[in-house]
Design a protein around this ligand. Structure first.
Ligand code: SF4
Length: 571
């Protein structure tokens, strides 16, 4: 008998991702809260994709006492691993649940339902009709209250929160770890998002960025090191091998010194060293240990501390890591009018510092740690010149020989309670055409050459998973498991959900073309062999005529350069 069903509609917040293969913290905390109050209760977990595929799972949900929907993409993107629940689906599926108490949690309940970039969010109260309880506070705390109130919907306090520093929250995190075994990506591909704290020091100091919802979490509220490590230890014991420290606005500000006294408090190098050392102690053989979210302002204002922290990360993490930096704009007027974090020169310095230490290539083929740059359009003060300035800035980054792993371009989504709520999508609508023109230019003029620099031809990307096959294009898609993985398109049909290595032969704007590595030279057809750089038509024809090649010597004999031949397999 199932007591509680969690329906994971997926979440994506500025700090925290929960679209497969990621599992966010909220979903685990929900399970943990149930097991904290009712250790004997059965909790079931379904993703929205599982429900779409098999709507009969709703029968199980209908027999439970409580059904918790988790939903909300506050920074929606395009996802390969799953499709977040839509507003219509949320209403439709919740209406199909009759008897159980229906609870809505996650960003949709807290901030409103984000539909897409460039549109205003749907206010949270719009869902009042459909749910018995909307968790305006922390859904795990609301559930604790509901259980303590003996499931009385009338008495539950749906604004209640649970400080991240509290022993209860940290125990809930540890207990909730057990839900991971129900996730469809468990164990191999699952990447678990870990929360280190919430609440932005800059916003708390009184200077929130005009569009950001992190302010609503208030004073930075740090989880104690011990609580984080106990949770990770439990996850590791259960078989989780991939972790991202992604649930915080700025990892470099974990346990920072001087919160509330300054916009950019001093990073606590020792706390971060303890965090990474501790993770490796309790989870020694992690296959992925990545980070997310670094405030470029912290790096710029505390250069030496930032260098030390970057070194610590590079020592303990796994390569292919991204320090996602919300630059948002390189237009000084937009920066000023929206309280953004850094001026262009300051951002440039932060990018240099991360490159200085992180650019070294790691065992999986990718540089260790590179900045990811986020731009937001539609902010106050934006003019057509803003688009030029952003493009010029990124060209300067490229021309200086620096690397960034991704340039994320999005249109602002205005949420109630932020300064941008007044402005809404008016600027976006005004600049609709120019947005598309400059997005395309950024992809062509910066992304493409940058990708060639970050992943040069003949780089071997190791341990990628084949995730999808596009029948029309005859492409298999694969990705490494980690932060902002690069999409590898392989122009052949490969078995799905297999871990493989790929050698990169070509580049798109935001994806690369790969062949299996080592290259099965005796098996590939003419078209695929021709993709290998510097094998011209003649050499490919000669190679095909002389197949099967038995050794590297055979390859060299017919004139294949050593640099290429050494990547062949001769089966
Ligand atoms: S620095 Fe700005 S964007 Fe980042 S969390 Fe704080 S308020 Fe939000």
């Amino acid at each position: 008998m199932v007591d509680v069903v969690i329906i994971d509609g997926y979440t994506d917040e500025p700090a925290g991702l929960g679209v497969p293969p990621y599992l966010d913290a909220i979903q685990r905390y929900v399970a943990g809260a149930i097991w904290y109050e009712r250790p004997e209760w059965q909790v079931e977990y379904f993703t929205i994709d599982q429900i779409r595929e098999n709507p009969r799972l709703l029968r199980t949900a209908n027999k439970a006492k409580i059904v918790v929907f988790i939903a909300g993409t506050a920074v929606p993107g395009k996802y390969l691993g799953g499709t977040p629940i839509s507003y219509e689906e949320l209403i439709r599926y919740s209406r199909l649940i009759r008897e159980p108490i229906k609870v809505l949690g996650g960003p949709a309940a807290r901030f409103g339902f984000g539909v897409e970039g460039g549109r205003c969010a749907i206010p949270k109260d719009a869902l009042k009709e459909v749910f018995d309880v909307i968790a305006y506070g922390d859904v795990e705390a609301v559930l604790l209250d509901l259980l303590r109130e003996k499931l009385s919907v009338e008495r539950v306090n749906n604004y209640v929160t649970l400080p991240r520093s509290s022993p209860i929250l940290n125990e809930i995190a540890r207990r909730g770890a057990h839900i991971v075994i129900k996730h469809p990506c468990y164990p191999e591909r699952l990447i678990v998002e870990i929360e280190t704290y919430r609440g932005c020091p800059k916003a708390y100091f009184g200077r929130p960025c005009s569009f950001c919802i992190e302010r609503f979490y208030g004073k930075p509220d740090y989880r104690p090191l011990n609580g984080i490590l106990k949770e990770i230890e439990e996850l590791y014991r259960l078989g989780v091998r991939r972790i991202r420290l992604g649930r915080q606005p700025d990892l470099y500000a974990y346990q920072a010194i001087g919160v509330g006294e300054t916009e950019f408090p001093k990073p606590n190098v020792e706390a971060i060293a303890k965090l990474f050392r501790g993770i490796r102690r309790v989870a020694p053989n992690l296959r992925t240990l990545h980070i997310d979210n670094v405030n470029p302002g912290t790096v710029y204002h505390w250069k030496e501390e930032a260098r030390k922290i970057t070194k610590i990360i590079v020592e303990y993490h796994t390569p292919g890591d991204v320090a996602a930096m919300g630059l948002e704009s390189a237009d000084p007027e937009v920066i000023r009018r929206n309280n953004l974090k850094v001026l262009p020169e300051e951002a440039m310095e932060a990018i240099r510092i991360i490159n200085e230490i992180g650019a070294r290539r790691g065992w999986n083929g990718l540089p260790h740690l590179l900045p990811g740059i986020n731009f937001v359009y539609g902010l106050r003060g934006e003019t057509p010149r803003t688009y030029e300035l952003n493009l010029e800035f990124m060209k300067r980054v490229y021309n200086e020989g620096l690397m960034v792993r991704r340039i994320n371009i999005r249109q602002v989504m205005a949420f109630p309670g932020t300064e941008m709520w007044e402005v809404g999508d008016s600027i976006i609508r005004k600049h609709k055409r120019i947005f598309h023109i400059y997005k395309e230019r950024m992809r062509k003029e910066v992304d493409l050459p940058m990708l060639r620099r970050v992943i040069p031809q003949m780089t071997v990307l190791r341990e990628a998973y084949t995730e999808a096959y596009n029948t029309k294009k005859r492409l298999t898609y694969a990705r490494q498991v980690g932060s902002y993985p690069i999409l590898i398109a392989i122009p052949m049909k490969l078995p799905l959900y297999k871990e493989m290595n790929f050698i990169i032969v070509d580049h798109g704007y935001r994806s690369v073309t790969g062949l299996p590595h080592p290259i099965p030279v005796n098996k590939l057809n003419y078209k695929l062999l021709k993709l290998i750089p510097s094998l011209g038509e003649k050499l490919v024809a000669k190679l095909m005529k002389n197949r099967p090649l038995r050794s590297i010597k055979d390859a060299l004999r017919i004139g294949i350069p050593y640099e290429i031949a050494k990547e062949f397999s001769f089966e």
